[in-house]
Design a protein around this ligand. Structure first.
Ligand SMILES: NC(=O)c1ccc[n+]([C@@H]2O[C@H](COP(=O)([O-])OP(=O)(O)OC[C@H]3O[C@@H](n4cnc5c(N)ncnc54)[C@H](OP(=O)(O)O)[C@@H]3O)[C@@H](O)[C@H]2O)c1
Length: 291
């Protein structure tokens, strides 16, 4: 691997094909960065390796894996990293009343504690480079997201963590930005993974199970492509713009406007009507109660 003098480096978590991480890795590479594309399984990102990107195995839920990746990258770069993108994440759909502690903890472990491990172990490299940390947040962490309350809670916690981390890292000239992300067409937005709760027969919501399972099925309609999202994020990462939250993805601007200028009550009313299937769900539940 020949490294150009002054070449900046970027590491992205969760780079398997079809997702935001994969697109970000390719875009950083296209813009001349030395890219460390990471994933739980190296064979899942072989295509990136074949294109010339450096690939590293990394599971953000494993302390040993994160520490080993940090040591490996430090060896390769002389102890520096310019951009860390904490992208790895998992979706989660379930009624709040069907809460399962181990599934919820797994979601927090990836979406929140995974980022915390990465920051802890890559901090020395980022400090040396006066680098940037970009955490992939979600508008779902800001607005009511029925049947995704636990996913939303992981992201809301991540936003809060990022806001404080930003001030802690300021003395080292390390910038921390939450990417307040709207709809992007990936497998997370198009199809719930099997780990996400379906409504079980014993659930309070069983009479509306079919409608609920389909609740966000139109989420990917008109969503931004991962390549376009990546193009905008990498342009931002290369700019001198320094903001705590950077909004991108489908509906991100509309949600910025609504969360900035509307009352929570007004927002709830608009979203309750905008989520396709919510009204039908409510009438099925009320109908089942009264019969
Ligand atoms: N798509 C959207 O509309 C949207 C909107 C807002 C925010 N986001 C956020 O964007 C990020 C990327 O999601 P996506 O939409 O691109 O979905 P995705 O295609 O499902 O990508 C998620 C990535 O995270 C990886 N991952 C999961 N658990 C991991 C772990 N323990 N260690 C390392 N990697 C792990 C996945 O790897 P495997 O393939 O091995 O599972 C996959 O590469 C997530 O943080 C998500 O919450 C997405």
């Amino acid at each position: 691997m020949v490294v150009a003098v002054g070449q900046k480096s970027a590491l992205i978590t969760g780079c398997t094909a079809g997702g935001i991480g994969h697109a970000l890795a390719l875009e950083f590479y296209k813009q001349g960065f030395r890219v460390f594309a990471t994933a739980r399984r190296l064979d899942a990102i072989q295509d990136l390796h074949d294109k010339g990107l450096e690939t590293v195995a990394l599971d953000v839920t494993e302390d040993t894996s994160v520490k080993a990746a940090a040591a490996h990258v430090a060896d390769l770069t002389g102890g520096t990293l310019d951009v860390l993108v904490n992208n790895a994440g998992q979706g989660y759909r379930e009624a709040a009343t069907d809460f399962d502690v181990s599934r919820a903890q797994a979601a927090f472990d990836t979406n929140l504690f995974g980022v915390m491990r990465m920051v802890r172990d890559f901090a020395p490299l980022l400090v040396k480079a006066k680098g940037k940390i970009l955490n992939v947040g979600s508008v779902a962490g800001l607005i009511p997201s029925p049947f995704r309350s636990i996913y939303s809670a992981t992201k809301a916690a991540l936003h809060s963590y990022g806001d404080s981390l930003r001030l802690e890292m300021k003395s080292f000239d390390v910038t921390v930005v939450t990417l307040m992300t709207g709809g992007v067409t990936t497998k997370m937005s198009t199809k719930p993974p099997p780990s996400e709760g379906i409504i079980p027969p014993e659930s309070l919501y069983w009479p509306a199970a079919e409608v609920i399972n389909d609740l966000y099925s139109n989420q990917a309609d008109n969503a931004m492509s991962p390549a376009e999202y990546a193009r905008r994020i990498v342009a931002f990462a290369q700019s001198s713009k320094d903001v705590p939250w950077f909004w991108e993805g489908n509906f991100a601007t509309a949600i910025w406007f609504m969360t900035t200028f509307l009352s929570k009550k007004a927002l709830e009313g608009i979203l309750g009507r905008a989520i396709k299937g919510m009204a039908e769900m409510e009438s099925l539940i009320r109908g089942a109660k009264s019969s």
